[in-house]
Design a protein around this ligand. Sequence first.
Ligand code: SF4
Length: 360
Amino acid sequence: MSAVIAENIIRDRRLAPMQVPPTVVEALDAAERAALTARIQRLLVERDATLVAHYYTSPELQELAEATGGYVSDSLDMARFGTECKSSTLVVAGVRFMGETAKILNPEKRVLMPDLHAECSLDLGCPADEFTAFCDQHPDRTVVVYANTSAAVKARSDWVVTSGIALELVRHLAERGEKLIWAPDRHLGAYVQRETGVDMLLWSAACVVHEAFKADGLRKLRAEHPDAQVLVHPESPLDVIAQADLVGSTTALVKAARDLPARKFIVATDNGLFHKMKQVAPDKILLEAPIAGKGATCVSCAHCPWMAMNGLRNLARVLETGDNEIMIDEAVRERAALPIRRLLEFARQRKRVVLGNNDA
Ligand code: SF4
């Protein structure tokens, strides 16, 4: 990270390790899995509900979503799918900001989540009251926030941005003479700032999964596998991004595994994405990028602890009870919808597909 970027980072929002829950993957035997799957399939029909799952959730949830007419994708594309599906209820298997984004774009639908405690370190690292106060101190700056933020933070922003269109949008705003506040991811912000040279104040939150990828370990692994191409999500540190053959969103990484000619890839993102990558590129070899202290003290071991809170048991329970509904104050929801729609209009004018090619 350059000195200029470091000066522009306004505060350190690292979560203390004790605030990050352990990654606990649901353990089910075959009989229990089969019984829960059958129960969920029945309840989805009875409750007029559709399951929408993020790429980082378990293979069981992803397969169930696709087998029942639901959808598996990234956060904004999940919300976009909700606007097209006819069901009156969406069940969002992911983290809280994804449920909120689905509700922002689908206010007439009931949105349920298996576990409302499924958070995101980027969202947690950008509390709306502190962020609002900071923005108020810089009224001359345009506020650009990443999709991984609460409805309240989106409501304080001018633009919601996705990694697939971030460089283009930031250059466009700079051409209009605008200086920016960028939140919440310091690594993605530093990457965009380095690529564009735009005047940006960076909020300093990070993804606990992507921040753990290590440049030294990656260099060693590349040396052991010189035939592998390196795919990196831009929430990773700059010295990891610097070694990438391709930097991209979850959707872009899946497409790269399918379309690039290489037979072997080293992948720096949540290992939940490997399920979709193996589906679309079954003949490719996928290696996990190294993380700090693997097998010993890693915070997340390359799998998001909050994504792992989604399972078949709590999914069946919320379908049964109707608990865990996402509720957003209507004034906040309407305000939060504006910067999302602004992004979609920008993408439309540029003839860019932003939904289905974005973040998180
Ligand atoms: S993987 Fe990182 S960015 Fe994604 S939900 Fe988990 S903490 Fe947030």
